[in-house]
Design a protein around this ligand. Structure first.
Ligand code: GRF
Length: 207
């Protein structure tokens, strides 16, 4: 899917955020200490003042807010190009990336449910309301739909009877913090093959 990267020439990540940025923090901690096959080089947010932008600033990573506007995706794509971004990572990005953006950038998204169950912005609430006993986390390729692109990795957690949105979100976040860096490492090592909708991890559990 992408060029094989090395610690000397890491895959350049642009991370898109909207809120707290705990997943961004994990990516900064995992990849920006050096010696890794990927590196966060730019962080963009849907609005100014969010905690995630503070995290980017603290890590010395270029960051910018792109509030919703007709030309947002074009300006965002230009800005990411300007930072040499090779892979866009949506980590809590509350927006739809449109075709003009996706023609220029490969993007992956992190979603707090086992897609195709519970797409959209209220996945944790929807899973609780539905009464599922198991939910989880999906990392998928962004294809212009709402959480609809080819699935790269998934992992599950139990839903307990006394869970509320807060306790279940906390369990899901722990899993996200493991799964997202794992997906990026696999992509940076060029170990993910996509055939239509189906992803295969090369030299891994799928081989
Ligand atoms: C995550 O749960 C992600 O799945 C969802 O938004 C949340 C972002 O959390 N799309 P954080 O800002 O990384 O803490």
């Amino acid at each position: 899917m992408l060029r094989p990267a090395t610690p000397d020439d890491p895959l350049r990540l642009g991370v898109l955020v909207s809120g707290a940025g705990s997943n961004l923090q994990v990516l900064l901690d995992t990849f920006n200490g050096g010696g890794r096959e990927a590196r966060v080089v730019a962080v963009a947010a849907t609005r100014p003042g969010v905690r995630a932008l503070e995290r980017a600033a603290a890590a010395g990573v270029p960051h910018e807010a792109f509030p919703l506007a007709d030309d947002r995706d074009v300006r965002l794509a230009d800005w990411l190009d300007g930072h040499g971004v090779e892979l866009v990572v949506c980590a809590g990005w509350m927006g739809i990336l449109t075709a003009p953006f996706l023609e220029r950038h490969v993007a992956i998204n992190l979603h707090p449910a086992l897609l195709p169950a519970f797409p959209g912005a209220h996945a944790v609430r929807d899973a609780l309301d539905h009464g599922v006993r198991v939910t989880g986390v999906t990392v998928h390729v962004v294809d212009g739909g709402v959480d609809s692109g080819p699935i790269l990795l998934q992992a599950a957690v139990p839903v307990h009877y006394d869970d509320d949105a807060e306790t279940l979100s906390a369990r899901l976040h722990q899993l996200e913090h493991r799964l997202l860096p794992q997906a990026i490492s696999l992509l940076a090592a060029d170990r993910v093959e996509l055939s239509g909708r189906r992803a295969r991890v090369v030299d891994g559990e799928d081989s």
